[in-house]
Ligand binder design. Structure first.
Ligand code: FE
Ligand code: FE
Length: 194
């Protein structure tokens, strides 16, 4: 599918609010691509596709993941909404014809992961800061940091996400914590090097 066909399909399957968010992520990601020298089209496509499986109920997500052999972690069993990322990655390739690189960015857009590629970081950050978002704390600061130091921005988002989810391990995918710990270390190492 080309970009306009993908937009048309997403407009049909997502709620209006989710579709607006999707466009917000795609355009914000494209802006970040300018700053960090990523391929604009690739980044826009990843942004468009990141929530393509957000239209399914928990039940449907579980069923479809089983059907397509998408691996389900313990955390995803407890919180099936997390699966919209992995199922979305599956559809990115199988339905929308995207590359594996884009599928990875879709797959980790919610939890992040240690040592993300620039594309993955851009989608992770854009999902959090796009213009329709307004609930997270210190958004103005995080938005500004996104365009100045993307690793620092990933760290800020991961750390606020950890705080928001609380210390209850039942509430958290372990990848979220791994992301947080990796970027915490990275930021500390960068500070020391200065
Ligand atoms: Fe999402
Ligand atoms: Fe999203």
């Amino acid at each position: 599918m080309n970009i306009s066909e993908i937009k048309e399909e997403l407009k049909n399957i997502l709620t209006e609010k989710r579709y607006d968010h999707t466009l917000g992520v795609a355009y914000t990601a494209a802006c970040l691509a300018i700053v960090y020298g990523e391929d604009m089209e690739k980044v826009e496509l990843a942004g468009l596709l990141h929530d393509n499986a957000k239209c399914f109920s928990d039940d449907k997500l579980l069923k479809k993941c089983k059907k397509y052999n998408v691996k389900i972690s313990d955390a995803e069993m407890r919180m099936p909404y997390l699966l919209h990322a992995k199922l979305g990655a599956y559809y990115a390739v199988e339905k929308y014809g995207a590359s594996d690189e884009i599928a990875e960015a879709v797959s980790y857009h919610t939890t992040g992961r240690p040592d993300m590629s620039m594309l993955e970081k851009i989608v992770y950050v854009a999902d959090y800061i796009e213009p329709n978002r307004n609930k997270a704390k210190r958004l103005p600061e995080i938005r500004k940091t996104a365009f100045e130091d993307i690793d620092m921005c990933v760290y800020m988002i991961a750390s606020d996400t950890m705080e928001y989810l609380g210390t209850d391990p039942e509430n958290m995918d372990e990848m979220t914590e791994k992301t947080y710990l990796y970027y915490k270390k990275l930021i500390e190492a960068k500070k020391e090097a200065k």
